[in-house]
Ligand binder design. Structure first.
Ligand code: PEP
Ligand code: MN
Length: 355
């Protein structure tokens, strides 16, 4: 249940509402107070409340509206918010702001990992020339083995800021620990939470509370259900950050031919379940350079709000994920094709929204 608090309610009326809720729920069931854009909302699991309790809540003067949402995720649900969330990236920074979820697909691209100044700046220029709008690059890398390259850390963040100043592209990079959320948000325009951390709850809360207004891109966990993924997004939104982008990057399967199995059906399904924008990562989903272009097409055709692609000037010498990294030339082709597909599909999208 989501209780929308009346904006003119005074502190006594609010306190009374919280007191009534506290009495109904007891001490073990949390209720979360969130400022969601202009509205203050209180979200709770209402399975324990009966009709009488509901009536009493409705009578509280601080209550503007009670929205009953049947799914376990509430604030991110389409049932609560019918209109699409549009996420603005890079506002107020030395770059060109980009909107995600506004109808035109956005391409984010860059190396898996920031390896050196030269590698990053060369790639950043190529990404800009290819027409992509956001630069990606990992500074803190969640590597399967402790003996693999772990990323440049803070130095990588500084290089990303330099690349932004040079190209005017906003940057996205991964944050792996709660204590680093504020630092990463100081440099990055979007915080990425990786597949391995999708259910790192302290990290989700920190990304909700301490991201300095920066959007968060939440990747789907290695074997996560759509409901688990949406509940992870709910943590971030309930903690105070409504700017969440979901990223489908494939899930574990039985077949080693591809790195993961790209679940494209989740894209139109998520459009029904949530108002958050969904983008597709064909690089991690397939693990194969030769499949990135066709699956980029497929992602856009499925209605994704954008793509995130790994690009390297010389994929064969990449320190991380070279096998799935495309060249700047291939990126150019994908960006061009994405634009054409968006034009072609524009009419269909509009028709769908009007219906
Ligand atoms: C990445 O995008 O660099 C990454 C590590 O991806 P994932 O978390 O999807 O494996
Ligand atoms: Mn990678």
């Amino acid at each position: 249940m989501i209780i929308v608090v009346r904006s003119q309610a005074d502190s006594d009326e609010r306190a009374r509402l919280i007191e009534v809720l506290g009495r109904m729920l007891g001490t073990l069931r949390p209720l979360t107070v969130t400022r969601m854009r202009e509205r203050e909302v209180i979200t709770l699991d209402d399975s324990v409340l009966d009709a009488l309790a509901l009536d009493e809540l409705r009578r509280q003067s601080a209550v503007e509206e009670i929205v009953q949402v049947q799914t376990p995720y509430k604030l991110v649900s389409r049932a609560f918010q019918a209109v699409d969330t549009v996420v603005t990236v890079g506002e107020g920074r030395d770059c060109e702001p980009v909107t995600i979820g506004a109808g035109t697909p956005v391409v984010m691209a860059g190396p898996c990992a920031v390896e050196s100044r030269e590698q990053l700046l060369t790639t950043a220029r190529a990404v800009k020339t290819a027409g992509a709008q956001i630069l990606r690059g990992g500074a803190f890398k969640p590597r399967t083995s402790p003996y693999q390259f772990q990323g440049l850390g803070l130095e990588g963040l500084e290089l990303l800021a330099e690349a932004r100043a040079l190209t005017g592209l906003p940057v996205i990079t991964e944050v792996m620990e709660p204590a680093l959320v504020e630092t990463v948000a100081q440099y990055a325009d979007v915080l990425q939470i990786g597949a391995r951390n999708m259910q790192n709850f302290p990290l989700l809360l920190a990304a909700g509370r301490q991201s300095r207004g920066k959007p968060v891109m939440l990747k789907r966990g290695l074997s996560s259900t759509i409901e688990e993924w949406l509940l992870a997004a709910e943590y971030i939104v309930a903690a105070g950050n409504p700017n969440v982008i979901l990223c489908e990057r494939g899930v574990r399967s039985f077949d080693p031919q591809t790195r993961n199995m790209l679940d494209l059906a989740c894209v139109p399904l998520l459009h029904q379940l949530t108002h958050l924008p969904v983008i597709v990562d064909p690089s991690h989903a397939t693990g194969r350079r030769d499949l990135v272009h066709p699956m980029s097409r497929a992602g856009i055709a499925a209605g994704a709000a954008g793509l995130i692609l790994e690009v390297h000037p010389d994929p064969n010498v990449a320190l991380c994920d070279g096998k799935q990294s495309i060249t700047p030339q291939e990126l150019h082709t994908i960006v061009q094709e994405t634009r054409l597909m968006a034009q072609l599909m524009g009419g269909a999208f509009l028709a769908e929204q009007v219906a």
